[in-house]
Design a protein around this ligand. Structure first.
Ligand SMILES: Nc1ncnc2c1ncn2[C@@H]1O[C@H](COP(=O)(O)OP(=O)(O)OP(=O)(O)O)[C@@H](O)[C@H]1O
Ligand SMILES: [Mg+2]
Length: 297
């Protein structure tokens, strides 16, 4: 029997002893189990034990207590009762377009990116996740995949860690890395602690396994990323996603850089381009709007 298996068994037994119950691992995805066993060093066996037993939406609800968030009222559009905030309608339109695309092809994991910093990636990803769960019974997970310059936790007013980096380092399990927000069926995985090795972590195999694991539990998984032009991280994340939403900031993003950014994902479906920060319909430039201006789907 392998060392990983021994460690896994030990971890299960320890967990069972500490809770006073005997928990038999339920390997509901044998191929995932085998991949995990082959790839994870023994030190990660404890993390793996939760990944392979009893991981379902009910356990997620039970193990992730509702976190107290203080969403930024200026940019987070769906936490209040007001359904008609400026920009909310554009996110509903974006949602409809994504559902239209989904009628034609499997679509669940979306990556949100842009060419440069500060173009509104986190703003778009966070609001998109919110508008998804505004529909009754829909579940969304939004992940801050920008390990270099995490920002989504600030938009949501949530804790930054533990989160993705801690999980990828094998320092916590998925229950600890996920937060359940005050909005029903909205989960958030923050970026976690700041790390110097984002590309190595994003490509160490655990993100792929994590996404396989959570995919059956959610209707939408939305991943916020670093900007494409300065660093390669978004290209790595794109490999795990069904399609890419590209954010372009109105009157700001140079068109050649937007084009170059798109060329970084030649094989990835471009779901649409969100024009962020365009003046309002009545010329009111005090507010920002998002608009889907193009889609290749
Ligand atoms: N449509 C919008 N309306 C109002 N404020 C916005 C809008 N889009 C972005 N902002 C503001 O602009 C700033 C940058 O937005 P955001 O954090 O979403 O960008 P980003 O592309 O994720 O940046 P980074 O590359 O640093 O992660 C934030 O302060 C955010 O609140
Ligand atoms: Mg951001």
């Amino acid at each position: 029997m392998s060392r990983i298996h021994d460690a896994l068994k030990r971890a299960e037994q320890e967990r069972a002893t500490s809770t006073g119950t005997h928990v038999e691992p339920t390997f509901d995805q044998p191929e995932l189990r085998d991949e995990l066993r082959e790839n994870l060093p023994p030190a990660e066996a404890t993390v793996m034990s939760t990944m392979t037993s009893g991981f379902n939406y009910e356990s997620l609800l039970a193990r992730c207590p509702q976190a107290a968030w203080s969403p930024d009222e200026r940019t987070m559009l769906f936490f209040q009762e007001n359904e008609n905030r400026v920009g909310a309608e554009e996110f509903r339109t974006l949602r409809s377009r994504l559902y239209q695309i989904r009628e034609k092809m499997p679509l669940k994991r979306l990556m949100v990116t842009s060419a440069l910093p500060k173009e509104g990636k986190s703003f778009v990803a966070a609001n998109l996740a919110q508008v998804m769960v505004r529909q009754h019974g829909r579940r969304a997970l939004v992940i801050d995949g920008d390990l270099r310059n995490p920002g989504m936790h600030r938009h949501l007013g949530a804790a930054q860690s533990p989160g993705l980096a801690d999980y990828l380092l094998g320092e916590c399990d998925e229950f600890a890395a996920l937060q359940r927000g005050p909005m029903e069926n909205l989960f958030f995985m923050p970026a976690g602690r700041t790390v110097p090795s984002a590309p190595e972590l994003l490509s160490n195999g655990r993100l792929k396994l994590f996404l396989q694991r959570v995919e059956p539990l959610f209707d939408w998984i939305i991943i916020d990323t670093s900007p494409v032009i300065p660093v390669s991280d978004a290209t790595l994340v794109a490999g795990f996603c069904d399609g890419v939403l590209m954010v372009v900031r109105s009157n700001s993003t140079p068109s050649d850089l937007a084009r170059r950014a798109r060329e970084e994902f030649p094989d990835k479906l471009l779901l649409g381009v969100v024009l962020n920060g365009a003046p309002g319909k009545h010329g009111d430039s005090k507010y920002y709007y998002g608009e889907v201006v193009g889609s290749q789907a």
